[in-house]
Design a protein around this ligand. Sequence first.
Ligand code: GAL
Length: 388
Amino acid sequence: MKFRKFLAAGAGAALAFSLAACSGGGAGSTSDSSASGDDGAMMEEGGTIGVAMPTQTSSRWIADGDAVKSGLEEQGFDVDLQYAADDIPTQSQQIDNMITNGVKALIIAAIDGTALSSQLQAAADAGIPVISYDRLIRDSENVDFYVTFDNYNVGVQQATSLLVGLGILEADGTTETGEEGPFNVELFAGSLDDNNAHFFWAGAIDTLQPYIDSGVLVVPSGQTDIEQAATLRWQQETAQKRMEDLLTGNYVGTDEKVNGVLSPYDGLSRGIITALQNNGYSGTVADGFPVVTGQDAEVESVKLIVDGVQYATIFKDTRKLAEQAVVAATAYLNGEEPEANDTETYDNGVKVVPSYLLESDIVYADNVQELLIDSGYWTQEQVDKGVA
Ligand code: GAL
């Protein structure tokens, strides 16, 4: 697997241009030719686009589904949006049905990135373009485009927030404070059938390893392999159970305390926090509650961050991701290739999939307002209640 930093130069301008270019008259219009001089490319008449999302148990995927649906509808398409309750056969069947029903394009956030080869072959045979949404679909030639974030950097940001929370790095995320620890940390990874989990882990471990090597960080459980740290289907309960087992096996009955936990997703973070609270850890990070990281800026976790209980999360603006998926789908249906800003990083085992990568931000209590509320991602009321 190859990891690479991504350059966003010009990406915003390209998005603004392509949205402007295709927003003129909706999907049914052929009168608005773009400034590219590509007068021959005709937008196809409407039609339905299939959108396959993994689960509704996480507020993030609901936000994604809603944003993709409304973006496509604004472009004049009908949308068949399906959630699969994290069940692989259900998702396969939903995609089979979409193909049978003659969708014009597919946008898929896979549950298991390796499980869709036969569906994708059928899509290719029917000439249906396939856009992989946030999670890379692996082991298939028939993935046309990938929209996601710079997932390696997300892992770097997760580890950075852990180091800042422990006081090893200054708030700028780069300057070392000289703090020598040692701090006890435990490490969690996502679902191994999700390609992203490997990128998040790689970014995080590359960042933490020097501190583990120097003894500033100690992992009392010794569980430092991704296989040991993995959480099948990103399930909150599974993370809670593993954290409870880690506490029982390595801390309870000793003088050792957990100081920090690397968590790659807010759902896992909430399970980890519950396990810690069930084992006598209480209060806020300022009072000594362990530093727990996260990802997705789910509103339930944003509330915990404002309350000082979860330390940080990573904000990936799903509105922008949805926009990119809409831009890509619209490009295909307009007879064009979507514009990639990365054509090297995401090898799916068969080919490097042209990708559009977006950037993410670390959210701490003191920038919730700026990043999440001022930008309109969540309202103050939603954050206060912790409910979307
Ligand atoms: C990943 C995604 C993360 C998180 C996780 C669990 O694929 O990149 O942002 O949502 O799934 O849903």
